[in-house]
Design a protein around this ligand. Structure first.
Ligand code: ADP
Ligand code: 5GP
Length: 208
């Protein structure tokens, strides 16, 4: 039976631990596909082109927008970020579950196009701890940290009405397990089970 994969969107303020929790999720769960985004932001030390992001120039990114290759895109702190459409579509139709790590504007657009997507928002245990994690990561200068905290404040205000699930990232392991459980639950949703239901109903028709 052909079952469509579950699309899960993970968002949260910069520094809350999205990347860390998603890495753990991929260690405890198979059959997941991480959608590698495109961005015009410069790579951080250790980030690999094609693994963490596809790093692009502004011109390249704008070309991809014009040719309709982006499922969604947004400007975050002065840089473009976007999800390549074809890879996500292909994996979902193959029955693979897909995880996106995207910010709130992107999440809103995904929900419009694919209302069946599960939208998860990661929360910090406190704002003090969020600051500690963001500064402690040591990847951004003071100005960028301030910009990201400002964006976090806006996001946190808008998140409650958009997202389906909220997880406090206290311990990485707990947060990863909660996401795994949500995906498991979503696999039984009406939209994920559409093809299975159709087939069973067809078989039932033939019974009579
Ligand atoms: P994001 O992808 O949301 O910007 P990162 O995954 O880069 O965040 O995490 C930011 C920092 O917080 C990293 O230094 C990471 O090791 C740390 N971190 C992530 N999750 C936790 C946690 N549950 N407890 C303590 N530190 C964490
Ligand atoms: P960072 O620069 O810390 O890697 O990411 C900054 C923000 O961009 C994060 O909130 C992350 O979730 C978001 N982001 C990463 N990829 C995408 C994408 O493809 N689309 C959108 N809309 N946001 C993204």
């Amino acid at each position: 039976m052909n079952k469509r994969g579950v699309l899960t969107v993970i968002s949260g303020p910069s520094g809350v631990g999205k990347g860390t929790v998603i890495n753990r999720l991929f260690e405890i769960e198979d059959n997941l596909y991480f959608s590698v985004s495109a961005t015009t932001r410069k790579p951080r030390p250790g980030e690999i082109d094609g693994v963490h992001y596809s790093f692009k120039t502004r011109e390249e990114f704008e070309h991809d927008i014009e040719t309709g290759e982006m499922l969604e895109y947004a400007v975050f702190n002065g840089n473009y970020y976007g999800t390549p459409k074809s890879a996500v579509e292909q994996r979902l139709s193959e029955g693979k579950d897909v995880v996106l790590d995207i910010e709130i504007q992107g999440a809103r657009n995904v929900k419009k196009m694919m209302p069946e997507a599960a939208l998860i928002y990661l929360l910090p245990p406190s704002i003090e701890e969020l600051k500690r994690r963001l500064v402690g990561r040591n990847t951004e200068d003071a100005e960028t940290v301030a910009g990201r905290l400002h964006t976090a404040r806006i996001e946190l205000n808008e998140a409650p009405e958009l997202y389906d699930y909220f997880i406090v990232n206290d311990l990485v392991e707990n947060a990863a397990i909660k996401i795994k459980d949500i995906i498991e639950g979503e696999r039984c949703s009406k939209s994920a089970m559409q093809e299975v239901l159709k087939q069973i109903l067809e078989e039932a028709e033939n019974l009579a």
